[in-house]
Write a protein that binds this ligand. Structure first.
Ligand code: GLA
Length: 727
């Protein structure tokens, strides 16, 4: 049983295969956190510290006991107004303007299966895979009720948390800040690993120690953002890739977020993940509820690599849906870097013909096919094919691409509108804008108010009208700016960012229901909305607008800490690279794209015959290793920020096959030989290198490693494909 309640002590124990989580409703009804970490048996309430601590207040109902303070005790869901001066999970403003909720345990329920959240993406799991614990807490004065939800996926070592806040009182209250999880640690020296970046350089890794004073990351951009990903790892100071303890917190949400970490006066550490207070004030009338998005928790005592593999499995099995969650994705060529806005129907048909000759499955017509759209200054919102530009109808184009033996995909940016568009001219009030002010533009465009149902319905009708034109099997859903003018004609500003995100999810839910076989690839100027929330609707996301293989190595390295390779849109593009000007061999570009979905972002007509032959071979290599990349276990074999080479590997679950990939990142004269150690093989088994037929034991490859040939130059890459040899 994954969830146990010990009635006498009022202790809740959540067990997964390798981890234990405990909490206790104490005599006052406060829900105190006891433990989260490596599996531990017995009750851990003896860990709680009770000492008289100056300037840490004591609640009235403990009488003269100065050893009981919310400022010191570890808690499940700390609030403002009860004498805890650390950052809180919940801040509520009551009808009288006071900021206080004092939550006490009321009841709980243990259910089979995993809870779902109304209107929000969340981990899904059936009754055999998961159990749910729901704990109800209540503030007696305001009538605010909080339901803490815990989903326990025993075999996956995953615990999810979400919160539902309900106003059961008689006055309106306002939610000002609401986390879905608080993790309190009584002791320990921790680092926080986070992933920062910018457009075209997302998810760089940062590891910093949590000292005294608050450290926070988050987004106020209306999207999860290029700048900070909503996933962080709390690691013991000495934790490495393979050893040591670490905790992951992954927010299943694509909008604004706040993650705070703080070491307090007694060297206790608190980490919070959820919705922050910037641009957020959510009023709840009596009877209304608010759902805080989910956070996926995971603990590993075998280093960061194991933590990542648990997240990869969770995302592949319990976040991604539809036939492509596990199925092979079409190998696609996207028209963007090959043609940008300059194409017509024949260009796309030619791309299809050339693609077919190479062995590509699908051509995606990117931006520029609709409305008045010759550049990024106009057209968004008018989702009708520009037949004059294309020289044919969309239906005819799709048919003619299909006639080449190639599938067809299309690009759209449904949340956006250009001022120079019929949609905007007819409905200027549909764009987010502060009354009386001119809106901030991003990439010359405005954001449609997706918190409004009428706006969504009108855009939905347009999107369906496009998808119904023919056999369109793929949609790249883009979102190319940060949101700024947080004001809607129909709702209070403090609701807009959250309601907007729920509007996007509602739209995507309806779209996936209507087109269950459509493959959606998420995108936001590349990886500006690369998060578990979007992956619930779109099993792959364009990882970055930067297709330079050297930069991609770093971007994909950072992305791999939470997200599996099959979710990372990665393409081979032309050289010199359009973002960096760097030239790299086709081989290296292919190897790096093969750590993701693998595809193309170039015009094949511009390739030499030799390059075409090389690509054909590369594609057939890809077909062979694709199941391994999609479904295998992922191992980081180096840290490309610190070492001279980047290396990673995929190992099949049965350990029969493996693919090791290496890219030389730095090269110096007369350099030392670099060695790379494999991971994840069976030590006793024998593995054959498919290229030179040499046989090695798994233990030799993992402990002795492989020397990297010294003659390889900077940014050269190579792969070693291993197969287990049966004797
Ligand atoms: C964004 C995407 C690109 C491309 C362009 C089109 O930048 O990330 O891949 O689709 O928009 O305008």
């Amino acid at each position: 049983m994954a969830i146990i309640y010990q009635e006498k002590e009022r202790i809740f124990i959540l067990q997964t295969l390798h981890t234990t989580y405990q909490m206790k409703a104490d005599d006052r009804g406060a829900l105190l956190h006891l433990y989260y970490g490596k599996k531990a048996s017995g009750n851990l309430d003896y860990l709680l510290p009770f000492y008289d601590r100056g300037f840490s207040g004591n609640p009235a109902d403990v009488g003269n006991d100065r050893t009981y303070s919310m400022d010191v005790l570890p808690q499940e869901y700390p609030t403002y107004g009860v004498g805890d001066y650390r950052a809180a999970a919940l801040d509520i403003e009551n009808g009288d303007g006071t900021e206080c909720v004092d939550l006490r345990y009321c009841s709980h329920e243990i259910r089979k299966g995993k809870y779902a959240l109304r209107g929000l993406p969340a981990v899904f799991a059936d009754e055999k895979e998961a159990q749910t614990l729901s704990v109800r807490l209540k503030d007696a004065v305001s009538g605010v009720e909080v339901e803490l939800l815990y989903g326990v996926l025993e075999r996956e070592d995953i615990i999810t948390r979400a919160t539902v806040i309900s106003n059961m009182g008689t006055n309106e209250v306002t939610v000002q800040k609401a986390a879905s999880v608080c993790l309190d640690f009584l002791y320990g020296d921790y680092d926080l690993i986070s992933f920062y970046g910018r457009h075209a350089m997302e998810r760089n890794m940062q590891r910093s120690s949590i000292g005294h004073g608050a450290f926070s990351i988050g987004s106020r951009r209306g999207t999860s953002s290029h700048q900070y990903n909503p996933g962080v790892i709390l690691a013991d100071r000495h934790t490495t890739e393979e050893q040591g303890s670490c905790y992951g917190l992954l927010f299943v949400y694509s909008g604004n977020f706040l993650c705070e970490a703080e070491r307090d006066q007694f060297d206790q550490t608190r980490v919070l993940m959820g919705l922050g207070s910037d641009y957020f004030q959510y009023p709840l009338k009596p009877g209304e509820s608010f759902t805080v998005p989910e956070t996926i928790l995971c603990f590993s005592d075998q280093g960061l690599g194991e933590l990542s593999r648990r997240y990869h499995d969770c995302i592949r099995n319990h976040i991604c849906r539809g036939k492509y969650a596990h199925g092979a994705r079409p190998l696609l060529l996207n028209s963007w870097e090959g043609a940008y806005f300059h194409f017509n129907g024949e260009t796309i048909i030619n791309l299809a013909r050339e693609s077919k000759a190479l062995g590509v499955d699908m051509v995606v017509m990117d931006d520029g096919w609709f409305g008045k759209r010759e550049n990024d200054r106009s057209g968004l919102g008018d989702w009708q094919a520009n037949e004059k530009k294309l020289g044919m109808s969309l239906g005819e184009l799709v048919r003619r691409v299909n006639e080449q033996g190639v599938r067809f995909g299309i690009w759209m940016e449904p949340e956006m509108v250009s001022e120079d568009s019929d949609l905007y001219r007819t409905h200027p009030d549909w764009a987010l804008c502060f009354p009386g002010r001119r809106p901030v533009r991003g990439r010359n465009q405005l954001v449609l108010d997706f918190s409004r149902e009428d706006v969504r319905e009108a855009v939905f009708a347009q999107v369906c009208q496009v998808l119904d034109q023919g056999n369109i099997e793929y949609l790249k859903w883009d979102m190319n700016r940060s949101i700024s003018d947080i004001a809607s004609a129909q709702r209070l500003p403090g609701r807009v960012t959250y309601d907007y995100m729920l509007g996007v999810y509602d739209f995507l839910e309806k779209l996936t229901a209507r087109y269950p076989d459509l493959l959606i690839e998420g995108c936001s100027g590349g990886g500006g909305r690369f998060d578990a929330g979007m992956l619930y609707y779109a099993p792959q996301i364009w990882c970055s607008d930067n297709t330079d293989a050297a930069d991609r190595v770093l971007i994909q390295y950072g992305t791999s800490f939470f997200y599996p390779a099959c979710t990372m849109g990665a393409h081979v593009s032309a050289v010199p690279n359009h973002q960096t000007g760097r030239k790299m061999s086709l081989k290296t570009r292919g190897i790096v794209a093969m750590a993701g979905t693998y595809g193309f972002e170039l015009n094949p007509a511009l390739l030499t015959d030799d390059e075409k032959e090389e690509l054909k071979e590369q594609i057939s290599d890809w077909r062979r290793v694709e199941p391994l990349v999609r479904d295998g276990d992922y191992y980081r074999l180096s840290n490309p920020y610190e070492e001279t080479f980047a290396a990673w590997a995929f190992v099949s679950r049965d350990k029969e096959r493996a693919l090791m990939s290496v890219v030389m990142m730095k090269k110096h004269g007369n350099a030392p030989v670099a060695y790379v150690r494999m991971k994840g093989l069976l030590p006793e088994a024998e593995y054959e290198n498919m290229e030179d037929d040499r046989v090695y034991s798994g233990s030799a490859l993992m402990n002795g490693g492989l020397p990297l040939p010294l003659e390889r130059g900077e940014f050269q890459g190579y792969q070693v494909e291993l197969r287990r040899r049966r004797v």
